[in-house]
Design a protein around this ligand. Structure first.
Ligand code: MEV
Length: 323
């Protein structure tokens, strides 16, 4: 049995604006999604954090035209097959998907799943799909989940690492010391698709204001990336908190996120913000001196959390190949 991984991610700065071509600063998490393939009769078994176990029969036909069906997971599977040019009837396999990331938490579980599943399907058939072919297949699946993904989650899921991502240039690695981050879970599930759509509607209805905010976020990303290169965590934290204010103006924050950011700053964090789509999901806080103090503040308000380290020193070594 072979198993294949995709990495989860955190966005330190720049979500949503990245959809409109601005840069964003992101890092891989060690946690991710693992998919293993065994000979079988076409079942998909999904298990993981925060989700009841799901079993689905995989369809033996592709839909006549590629449109997202009712079931996003099955549609994503079909999108991967279509992109890799595989006839589903040749696949005599079961796929077990195990997520180490809570689903719908803004930590890149869907992109990690898309990459790991594309790799597992290619591996099961011995196709040896190239990295660009895996990227195209994972993008097709992410489009089912997210509608109009910028590609940032998928780039990190596929390659790991830490750096500045732009739609036009992909991920450019940043060489920087490791940065410890607290990651807190709001406990509220979100749909990135809905939040990206909400920002698109705001952009349509109030183009001048929205463009100004998105541009401002782009500037904060540049400031944050230079701060990372200088090792200036105070400036990075400041950029994160200002980014959170701009995200709130875009309407993608929520009560839990605001509470967690306030708690984190009260517990000494240099900066705190939502990470990913917002509307729930996760919050990150930069508290290099005493991350446990932030976690304790969150815990006392009922929020779960963990500490992770990002930066080139913490870069996962292997891309998501066969384990
Ligand atoms: C989601 O992790 C990040 C968003 O910017 C959407 C995207 O870039 O595809 C909200």
């Amino acid at each position: 049995m072979s198993s294949f991984r995709g990495f989860g991610k955190v966005i330190l700065l720049g979500e949503h604006a990245v959809v409109y071509g601005y840069p964003a600063l992101a890092a891989a998490l060690e946690r991710g999604v693992e998919v293993s393939a065994t000979r079988g009769d076409g079942m998909l078994l999904l298990s993981g954090l925060g989700a009841p176990e799901v079993r689905k029969r995989l369809p033996a036909l592709l839909p006549p035209e590629f449109r997202a069906g009712e079931d996003a997971l099955i549609s994503a599977y079909q999108a991967i097959l279509g992109s890799l040019g595989i006839d589903p009837r040749v696949l005599r396999h079961d796929f077990a998907v195990r997520s180490e990331l809570p689903l719908g938490s803004g930590l890149g579980s869907s992109a990690a799943l898309a990459v790991a599943l594309a790799r597992a399907i290619s591996g099961a058939l011995g196709l040896g799909a190239s990295e660009p072919a895996i990227a195209a297949a994972a993008h097709a699946a992410e489009s089912v989940f997210h509608g109009n993904p910028s590609g940032i989650d998928q780039a990190i899921a596929q390659h790991g690492g830490f750096g500045v991502y732009r739609r036009a240039t992909g991920l450019v690695p940043l060489l920087a010391d490791s940065i410890p981050l607290c990651v807190g879970l709001t406990g509220r599930c979100h749909e990135t698709r809905t939040l990206v759509q909400r920002v698109a509607e705001l952009h349509r209805d109030e183009p001048v204001m929205t463009s100004r905010v998105l541009e401002g976020i782009g500037v904060l990303v540049q400031e944050g990336a230079s701060a990372v290169l200088r090792g200036d965590l105070v400036a990075l934290g400041h950029a994160m908190s200002r980014n959170q204010e701009e995200l709130a103006v875009l309407g993608v924050s929520c009560r839990e996120i605001d509470t967690m950011c306030t708690l984190a700053r009260g517990a000494g964090a240099l900066g705190a913000k939502l990470t990913g789509g917002g509307g729930g999901g996760s919050v990150i806080a930069l508290a290099p001196d005493d991350p446990e103090k932030v976690r304790a503040a969150w815990r006392s308000a009922g929020f779960e959390s963990f500490v992770t380290t990002v930066g080139s020193g913490a870069e996962p070594l292997a891309a998501a190949g066969a384990a």
